[in-house]
Design a protein around this ligand. Structure first.
Ligand SMILES: O=C(O)CCC(=O)C(=O)O
Length: 171
């Protein structure tokens, strides 16, 4: 929101919303024009091929990667600006963040997590909806695909937003 000074710190979505496999995509529908001035999402190309970074620091789930990784993101991220109606599709492992909205108008995104039907959630959905678990394309395979991985359990947020978690002083 304008004037809030809110920054979305660098993170990957998968550690917030782990599944049995990572064939998962975050879809961000831009409801307003999204520009450099109002905090366009910034994504690090190819980072989905890299490691999952911890969002826990000093025993606190901060929802953000450690400072050293964040500094690397700053130098390699690309900005994803676009007019209202655009959709930004991002792999669940992609490192991303957004800077503050420096304009006087809101910048609104509708965000949906799309997963392969055989990717089953490993932690409770923090933002349940009537559309949760709906198959949007294809049929239920009746199978669960499990990839070999070791993941840290996320902290389940008290509210619908991860902003409270990211504002904690854990790093
Ligand atoms: O609101 C934004 O700018 C990005 C939100 C985000 O990073 C996310 O939903 O994972």
């Amino acid at each position: 929101m304008p004037g809030s000074g809110t920054v979305v710190k660098w993170h990957q979505d998968f550690p917030f919303d782990p599944h049995t496999n990572d064939d998962c995509v975050t879809a961000m529908l831009y409801l307003d024009d999204v520009t450099n001035e109002n905090g366009a999402p910034r994504i690090v190309p190819d980072s989905h091929r890299g490691p999952i970074h911890s969002l826990w620091h000093n025993g606190i789930f901060t929802g953000a990667v450690e400072d050293k990784i964040a500094r690397e993101c700053e130098t390699s991220a690309v900005e994803c600006a676009g007019p209202a109606g655009s959709i930004c599709l991002m792999h669940t492992r992609a490192l991303h963040g957004s800077s503050t909205n420096r304009t006087s108008s809101p910048r609104t995104l509708f965000i949906a997590n799309l997963t392969s039907a055989d990717a089953i959630p490993l932690s409770p959905n923090a933002v349940p909806s009537v559309y949760s678990d709906q198959i949007v394309y294809g049929k239920d395979p009746g199978k669960i695909r499990v990839q070999r991985q070791t993941l840290e359990a996320p902290e389940i947020p008290a509210g619908a937003s991860f902003f409270n978690q990211q504002s904690q002083q854990g790093m």
